[in-house]
Ligand binder design. Structure first.
Ligand code: ZN
Length: 226
């Protein structure tokens, strides 16, 4: 396998799920295996996990480059691209930050329900494993679409369990990604995404959805044209 972030070919793996989360999510052993693969298998050179690589592939397709992402961001073609990164997009943050027209915003200063930028500002909006923590994911997607130029594209990842449908966690016990003792309610999960995750994107008004798999079903990234 090739790391399309840096060009590396060596990978190391470690499990990332813990028993309480497996129980809350009611994950099967096969689902545990692929989520661990998605989050825990990392490029030995740059540390990108499979979801970051899937997201890099979505970004590379959107800009139409055959280069690995680290090379592309330093190229002349990357210069004029206005890109908004919301919350650190995993290991891609230091790479994307090298683009001259890169803008970064993070919760709680920047709320996805009320983005502090005018309409039609960006060519690309990118976020990774953020949407499941937002109270109203369709509204957050509408906000991302609002700040995209008419030719713009949203690139994102969300954790998707492909064998089930999307469900809100309202009324269920609180579930967290990361350590709740450390992170408080910022990391609480509002939505568990399933095989119909793409429906929310069309509900938010996007015209086109493309899904980029890496080691399916381990890691999926989505590109949605405004
Ligand atoms: Zn890499």
């Amino acid at each position: 396998m090739l790391c399309t972030v840096c060009g590396g070919t060596e990978f190391t793996a470690q499990p990332v799920l813990w028993p309480e989360l497996i129980d809350q999510w009611q994950l099967s052993p096969a689902e545990v295996a692929y989520v661990d693969c998605q989050q825990g298998e990392c490029c030995s050179s740059c540390g990108a996990n499979l979801r970051s690589i899937a997201l890099a592939n979505a970004l590379r397709a959107v800009v139409g480059t055959p280069q690995v992402l680290r090379d592309f961001v330093g190229s002349a073609e990357a210069g004029p691209i206005h890109i908004l990164e919301l919350n650190e997009a995993g290991t891609l943050n230091p790479v994307l930050s090298r683009m001259p027209c890169h803008v970064f915003g993070a919760y709680p200063q920047v709320d996805m329900h009320a983005l502090p930028w005018p309409d039609e500002t960006f060519d690309i909006v990118v976020h990774s494993d953020t949407l499941e923590h937002v109270p109203d994911p369709v509204h957050a997607l509408v906000e991302c679409r609002r700040v995209l130029k008419p030719t713009g594209t949203l690139c994102l990842t969300v954790p998707i369990i492909v064998g089930r449908m999307t469900r809100g966690r309202a009324g269920l016990s609180k579930s967290y990604h990361g350590n709740p003792q450390q992170n408080g309610d910022d990391y609480v999960v509002h939505t568990e995404f399933g095989a119909d995750a793409w429906c929310l994107i069309f509900e938010a008004g996007y015209s086109d959805v493309t899904i980029f798999p890496v080691a399916y079903p381990a890691a999926l990234a989505i590109a949605a044209r405004r």
